[in-house]
Design a protein around this ligand. Structure first.
Ligand code: SAM
Length: 350
């Protein structure tokens, strides 16, 4: 296991007694960990959920939805902090709610991720009942014991609520914390939409795929450009919060299509005439290169012979070179100094 913060929690996870919950964070995607009796896992990422199930864990895939867990019902919650503050605050609050009096929250993380501040805030909620160790210069591990009467909850930015969070000239988008960049328009995606004339060049695609859809920014604009009922759009993502938000945006804007939770479009059948994608480059706190390859492979496997896949990426990323494994025709059709649009055609099937 390479994640130092998570390693601090491993003994607690392996020796957990009674009813415990492990919040399995995305940093642990590569983890190989056999299941522990009495411990259930919860994750908001479908790939991690599938990996955990394969390793024998009893797990839940949700937008960190604790509603099925009763007040004061668990003995231990084990959590390596996530990247986004509202997620961490939400999980600490919920951990306090579901723990029995005397139950323990095990929390770990790195200094640069704000672990010290999370421990301090959690201490207020847990009434000062805390044992914290500095594992080395950068890592902390805390055990917080739930008191009979907890203190005030942490500000979780109303985590569970999907709200009108972002707007532009065309749309007001429903979104929420738990989804990376949840309250803004991604500049790369905005550039892709500005270039739809160039990308489509008069073509009218019928079946479209939005690969890694987030809250649905690309899908909504594409539907608007093509005429809401003129095309069928499948939007897919790996993140449970993204799926919730995108579904609401599809319903609100009467988009003709479907929103599907999938890992790199696994289980979604082509062919698609158009695939649009602003691929991810981060998994938790780490940059993951293989994700780009997996997105390219997923696009190639589902693109029709006459279709186009359009990827928008930071201009320094050598997407064209990588794409040669999967596509015969590759052209960089626009560049604004920060982002470039790469159009991929004629998929090479193995
Ligand atoms: C850069 S964001 C783009 C979001 C959205 N298309 C937009 O324009 O705002 C990349 C998206 O890929 C998703 N993603 C990451 N890993 C994934 C995977 N293995 N399968 C599917 N989607 C994934 C992330 O959850 C995120 O929503």
């Amino acid at each position: 296991m390479t994640d130092t913060a998570f390693n601090l929690l491993l003994p607690a996870l392996k020796q957990a007694k009674g009813d415990s919950l492990w919040i399995a964070d995305e940093n642990l995607l590569q983890a190989q960990l056999s299941s522990t009796t009495g411990v259930q896992a919860m994750t908001n990422r479908l790939d991690l959920y599938q990996a955990l199930n394969q390793q024998g864990w009893q797990s839940q895939f949700s937008d960190f939805d604790f509603s099925t867990l009763a007040d004061q019902s668990l003995d231990r919650v084990i959590y390596r902090v996530s990247k986004e503050k509202p997620v961490v605050h939400h999980i600490i609050n919920q951990a306090c709610r579901i723990l029995k009096t005397g139950g323990v929250l095990e929390l770990a993380g790195e200094k640069g991720e704000g672990i010290k501040s999370y421990i301090d805030k959690a201490k207020t909620l847990f009434g000062g009942q805390c044992n914290a160790d500095k594992a080395d210069r950068n890592y902390w591990h805390a055990r917080l014991t739930r008191p009979t009467t907890p203190g005030p909850a942490l500000d979780d930015s109303d985590y569970t609520n999907v709200r009108d969070a972002v707007s532009d000239e065309q749309f007001s988008f429903r979104s929420k914390p738990g989804l990376f960049g949840w309250n803004k328009v991604d500049k790369g995606s905005q550039f892709l939409i500005e270039q739809l004339d160039v990308l489509l060049n008069g073509q009218q695609p019928q079946r479209c795929l939005d690969l890694g859809c987030g809250y649905g920014y690309l899908s909504l604009h594409l539907a608007h450009y093509l005429g809401i009922q003129q095309c069928d759009i499948t939007a897919t993502d790996n993140n449970a919060a993204a799926i919730r938000c995108c579904q609401q945006n599809f319903e609100q804007q009467h988009i003709n299509g479907q929103v599907v939770a999938a890992n790199c479009a696994e289980g979604i059948s082509g062919p698609f005439d158009l695939i649009i994608c602003n691929p991810p480059f981060h998994t938790g706190f780490n940059v993951e290169n293989s994700l780009t390859d997996r997105f390219l492979a997923a696009a190639a496997a589902r693109l029709s012979t006459q279709g186009s896949a359009c990827f928008v990426v930071n201009k320094h990323i050598a997407l064209e070179k990588k794409a040669r494994h999967w596509f015969k025709t590759i052209d960089t059709c626009a560049d604004n100094g920060h982002f470039k649009l790469v159009r991929l055609r004629q998929p090479l099937r193995s």
